[in-house]
Design a protein around this ligand. Structure first.
Ligand code: SF4
Length: 312
């Protein structure tokens, strides 16, 4: 098994140069991969969770630290790194944890918010292979990845599940301290597209085994941001699969006023209308009731259900 050591971390586009041994970078992660929970998740898009669900590996910490993070108990928001939930530490514990849950789900593993541990993903996948486990690997990322990371991951990842959060640098700066997010995430998406194309082939059980599903969470008061995100996706290919998410809820106090409410039906309708007007036609839209369906509770071992409608 390979040893992963970081001297000056440039794993993600922050390039914050932390050594991750005796100092913490922007993401809060050390050089040992840590996972908050490994659980059955039936709340993903149908081709990646099927009837039995996906084995989701929720990594602790995050390289984006969005102020409205819906998973803030595990993402290590910068004011609460010390309270971050960690249940599995190191590659061996993570492989063991996945091995326990995988037999109960479809043969699919989702790595959730993995960008800051991209260098560890090969060792985890190889650890599964060493146990005779060959699940479909889903890389469920916030979209803030380097092209170099994605190229190194190409042999290990079957399906990319990136967020494309922002088209507006000012919003990306205000909410995620990442003004370069719009440009970086599109470069990352182009690399994913070069690797996987726009098709999402499925097996005899309707489970995907290769491809890309893009997620976009529509934020309250930020319809223009969403419209331009969709335009950027359509520029790459109108055949890409997009899950348009309506599930935003204010996850904690002291957010900017515009983030202190859920989405309105009118806002979501404007975005879905634009989706179709652009010629996008593959993916899923949600009911606004998804706000309740998706709300995660990381104190529970299993915590998700969802409703979503295919767009074609
Ligand atoms: S992965 Fe973390 S430590 Fe490394 S560059 Fe990104 S934010 Fe900094």
């Amino acid at each position: 098994m390979r040893i992963f050591a970081v001297m000056k971390c440039s794993t993600c586009p922050r390039g914050c140069s932390a050594n991750r041994i005796d100092s913490m970078g922007f993401c809060g992660a050390s050089n040992i991969p840590e996972v908050a929970t490994i659980c059955i998740h039936k709340g993903e898009e149908p081709p990646i969770c099927g009837k039995k669900g996906i084995t989701n590996v929720f990594f602790a910490y995050c390289n984006l630290q969005c102020i409205y993070c819906q998973n803030h108990e595990i993402s290590g928001l910068k004011d609460s790194h010390s309270g971050t939930i960690v249940r599995f530490r190191g590659v061996d514990q993570i492989v063991e944890g996945i091995s326990q849950v995988l037999p109960q789900t479809e043969n699919i593993v989702g790595f959730v918010t993995p960008s800051h541990y991209a260098g560890h993903i090969p060792a985890i996948v190889e650890g599964l292979h060493a146990r005779g486990l060959f699940p479909t690997i889903v890389y469920n990322t916030g979209g803030y990845d380097t092209v170099a990371s994605l190229q190194a991951l190409a042999p290990y990842v079957d399906i990319y599940l990136p967020d494309i959060k922002y088209s507006d640098a000012e919003i990306a700066s205000r909410y995620s301290c990442a003004p370069d997010y719009p440009a970086i995430s599109l470069k990352a998406l182009r690399e994913m597209y070069n690797q996987k194309g726009s098709s999402l082939p499925t097996d005899e059980n309707d489970l995907a085994f290769r491809g890309i599903i893009i997620r976009h969470l529509v934020l309250p008061g930020q319809v223009q941001n969403s419209l331009k995100v969709l335009e950027s996706i359509a520029d790459i290919s109108t055949n890409l699969h997009v899950a348009l998410m309506a599930q935003y809820f204010p996850p904690r106090p002291n957010l900017p006023d515009e983030l202190n409410r859920t989405l309105t039906a009118e806002e979501y309708q404007q975005v879905t209308n634009h989706f179709y007007a652009l010629g996008l036609h593959r993916g899923w839209v949600q009911e606004l009731s998804a706000t309740e369906c998706y709300r995660p509770d990381f104190s529970q071992k299993e915590s998700f259900e969802k409703n979503a409608h295919p767009t074609e």
